[in-house]
Design a protein around this ligand. Structure first.
Ligand code: PGA
Length: 338
């Protein structure tokens, strides 16, 4: 058979599946092992390879003692298979490249209070797709909403999405807001502090436009109280935590902001009635903007790991709660003093 004839006949009568079976038998030197590897019955493999030998027009294996070995025609076919499967494997890689899963850029924008979870998610995603560029913009709720309107980014992490936004939003993880104070503050360890009592304290507050700020102000408003005195305004939760630790006032922040601190962290969580304030974070994308393959892969990835992240943060958060509230002796002592 001429080369052209053989290629024509193979194309017409052989299947990729047969070539895979042939490759497995040639590699393992055993019909039984090849069948097991491919989760097929051994007679199926023998029958298919008999058909393949008929198509090639030559015997492919010969018995050699207890084992089998390739005939010269079999060796030629084996070399051809290596090339075919090698080419298909590199096609797979190139298609993944084209789809943007190996290169390309993912633009994530998140509210600043998600400083702790955004990089965590991107970091893990980056490990799965090492070749892609990742960018994370952190900004407050107001300017994030503006970015969504302008369809600036691929994916967003934000608090409760305003209903007028044309986005698809899925709950990501709970974002409890807690009041914190320096460790030596008289309210640390006091049980069930009232919001009225809290209102008397100077506050370190996030900047206007922040969702955290709006939620805190709402808390006082809902109790018919005037807003607390704002001693300092800061646009970064981390800076707010440090200013609180330095004794400039108390503040309300995402419990997630405390998860990366060492066990005894720079600030203590206060036991305030009605707190933690319940907020959630959502992962969202604009309905009007076509999702890139990378953005879709990120959403799938987040769906896959969200549960685990909730558990990891949940564990850490429980730990913080029990550590930072102080022991019951300190609590009772402080209750008498305040
Ligand atoms: P913020 O948003 O970072 O702007 O305070 C928090 C939220 O909306 O929950």
């Amino acid at each position: 058979m001429t080369r052209e004839n053989l290629v024509g006949t193979l194309a017409e009568r052989a299947t990729l599946r047969q070539l895979q079976m042939f490759e497995a038998v040639a590699r393992t030197g055993s019909f039984t092992q090849a069948a097991e590897e491919m989760m097929l019955a051994q007679p199926t493999v023998s029958m298919q390879l008999k058909k393949l030998a008929d198509t090639v027009g030559a015997t492919l294996f010969e018995q050699f003692g207890n084992s089998i070995r390739l005939t010269p025609a079999g060796r030629e076919l084996d070399a051809a298979c290596e090339e075919v499967f090698g080419a298909l494997a590199s096609l797979e890689t190139r298609v993944a490249d084209l789809k943007g899963l190996r290169r390309g850029r993912l633009r994530l924008a998140a509210i600043s209070s998600a400083t702790y979870i955004g990089p965590h998610l991107l970091g893990r995603f980056g490990q799965r797709y090492p070749g892609v560029d990742l960018s994370l913009t952190l900004t407050n709720r107001e300017s994030l909403i503006q970015r969504i309107h302008e369809q600036h980014d691929d994916v967003y992490i934000l608090g409760q999405p305003p209903p007028e936004l044309d986005i698809e939003a899925l709950p990501l993880v709970a974002n409890p807001l807690v009041a914190v104070a320096p460790h030596d503050h008289p309210l640390v360890g006091v049980p069930r502090i009232s919001v009225t009592r809290l209102q008397k304290e100077p506050f370190i507050m996030r900047e206007p436009g922040s969702g955290t700020r709006a939620t805190v102000l709402q808390l006082f408003e809902s109790r018919g109280l005037p807003p607390p005195t704002i001693r300092m305004e800061l646009s970064s939760t981390e800076a707010m935590k440090q200013a609180t630790a330095a004794g400039l006032g108390i503040s309300v922040m995402s419990l997630h902001a405390l998860t990366l601190d060492a066990d005894n962290g720079p600030v203590a969580v206060l036991d305030v009635q009605g707190l933690p304030l319940k907020r959630d974070w959502y992962i969202a994308y604009s309905r009007g903007r076509k999702l890139t393959v990378l953005a879709q892969a990120f959403l799938d990835f987040v769906g896959e790991v969200a549960h685990q992240i909730e558990e990891d943060f949940g564990r850490k958060i429980d730990q913080i709660r029990s550590l930072r509230k102080g022991g019951s002796a300190a609590r009772n002592r402080r209750a008498r003093e305040v």
